[in-house]
Ligand binder design. Sequence first.
Ligand SMILES: [Mg+2]
Length: 234
Amino acid sequence: MALTVASCQSVKGVDWSQLGTILLDMDGTLLDLEFDNHFWGTVIPGEWGRQRGLDVATSQQTLAPLFAEQQGRLNWYCLDFWGKTLDLDIPHIKSAYAHGIRWRPQAERFMQHLRASHLDVVMITNAHPLTLQMKAERLPLARWFDVMISSHHYDTPKETPAFWNRLMAERPFDPGRTLFIDDSEYVLDAAETYGIAHLITLRQPDSTVPPRQTTRYPAIHHFDEIIDGLPAVD
Ligand SMILES: [Mg+2]
């Protein structure tokens, strides 16, 4: 085991020399989930309601079951689906809020260390390709990764076994020598089922929401907790 897990599910460092691949989620892991939570929780209901003469609270209540129905499915992340369902130009609305896209604390520094390492550095995200593109234009994401993959290219989200089979076919990795970091424990469940040996989640995906006190997987608050053992950078 590269990870030593305490009873409180904190991470006691990572033995990087035992790993060949790191898989990284984007939203809530490297980037502050506040942007997405605010956009889908407030901006979109607000815009949808504005066109129908409803206040934000009423719109949020009306749309909540619709959102809940799609959770864990690819549609949840699909701008086309929501654009059609809500009759809104989602990319256009999103671009007006792009200034809210930001790194989580220490995340970019962590990426610098990974880039200097021997690891294959792979982003796997459920974000729609347009969302990924918008975020990669706002922040220099691509420079830190060997490859960035949206699950939309596989037509199935990270929560499903099919995603992992497709990833293995496209970007082979040794599950026993792979670390996957993702703020979604449902996604980690799928990765664990697939056999990925090393899994870490995040205590505070959204900087405006208090940190999680209990997690089902080893959790970090900030990346300095696992940075030891990676090459030094300037
Ligand atoms: Mg995430």
